[in-house]
Design a protein around this ligand. Structure first.
Ligand code: MLT
Ligand code: MN
Ligand code: ZN
Length: 309
């Protein structure tokens, strides 16, 4: 299984357009310890030919152009065989609307995420201009399904399971939709030929038995994990927001209750933080937080990082 990080930042990217915090200002100044990042998405392939995206960020066009494996091989073609959504947050699905140039898309999502994106959304009509423009494949919780159909570009080599993950509805649906266990999922992708596994939890409010089971023994595989905030009051302390990490459904990394202890114990060859917010001190390659991660064997995703599992 090949994995490529297309984007590693949380919503807003790094630097964020309206942010002048120390990290964002440093990245703009060219501080060598701070590297710009686009919004979170990865690409996964079993055969190196057809690729599945996990999440589709607002920066998908530039992300595709930055990775030749995703370029067309014929006058009209895309190696992207499907897109898997972990939730309905705009940083995860707004890019779908940018893939509207009359190309059939296959999107894997829970029913709650599909309904949240398609219903009452006048912009969705741009993806419904011809029959079959979008094929939705339903992710059911805890049921593994093969990705692709093997018919010319699916591969049918990778399988996905959606794991219910503590999280929340997208901000724009909080007032109009009831909460559901399908609002936010993690994914386990398994290579049915090699047995390699990838677990992907880029948005997670905290631990749960289902999450613990999913990451219990990934062996030589990789775990991508919510790296949004280092501390619970990160935005409040910086004067940039009013909500604590947990209110935003993100488990902070540091502190006595942080995810770092959990990650240090997780059995996976690679443990990689992704969806990193621009305020997070782990963005500094030379900071004490980054040294604490290194001591625990935990990495920070960067755009362009590639793994072979
Ligand atoms: C999140 O990760 O919590 C969301 O992307 C927030 C948002 O939609 O702005
Ligand atoms: Mn987000
Ligand atoms: Zn900032």
């Amino acid at each position: 299984m090949r994995v490529r990080v297309l984007g590693s930042a949380a919503g807003g990217g790094f630097p964020q357009w309206n942010c002048g915090c120390g990290n964002c200002a440093g990245a703009r100044r060219g501080d060598q310890a701070l590297h710009a990042r686009t919004q979170e998405s990865i690409a996964v392939s079993g055969d190196g030919e057809s690729w599945f995206l996990i999440n589709c960020s607002p920066e998908i066009r530039a992300q595709i152009e930055a990775f030749p494996a995703l370029w067309p091989r014929q006058p009209r073609h895309s190696p992207i065989a499907g897109i898997i959504l972990t939730n309905g947050d705009l940083d995860h699905c707004l890019g779908l609307l940018s893939l509207r140039e009359s190309h059939p898309l296959v999107v894997y999502a829970t029913e709650a995420v599909r309904a949240g994106f398609t219903e009452d959304n006048v912009l969705y009509r741009t993806l419904a201009r011809f029959p079959g423009q979008v094929t939705w494949r339903r992710l059911e919780l805890d049921r593994e399904q093969t990705l692709g159909d093997g018919a010319g570009g699916g591969g049918a080599r990778l399988a996905v399971s959606a794991v219910p993950a503590p999280g929340k509805r997208p901000l724009h649906l909080e007032a109009t939709r009831a909460a559901s266990a399908e609002d936010n999922v993690g994914l386990v992708i398994r290579d049915q030929h090699s047995g390699a596994r990838l677990a992907y939890f880029s948005g997670l409010a905290g631990p749960s038995p289902a999450v613990e089971r999913a990451v219990a023994d990934l062996g030589a595989g990789a775990l991508f994990f919510d790296g949004t905030f280092w501390s619970s009051d990160e935005l409040i302390a910086a004067g940039l927001g009013t909500r604590r990490a947990v209110e935003m459904a993100h488990w902070p990394i540091g502190g006595p209750e942080g995810s770092l202890g959990f990650l240090a114990r997780a059995r996976a060859q690679r443990r990689i933080l992704i969806h990193v917010n621009n305020t997070n001190p782990i963005l500094r390659a030379d900071g004490p937080e980054r040294r604490a991660l290194a001591a625990a064997g935990v990495e920070v995703a960067a755009d362009g990082l590639e793994l072979t599992l």
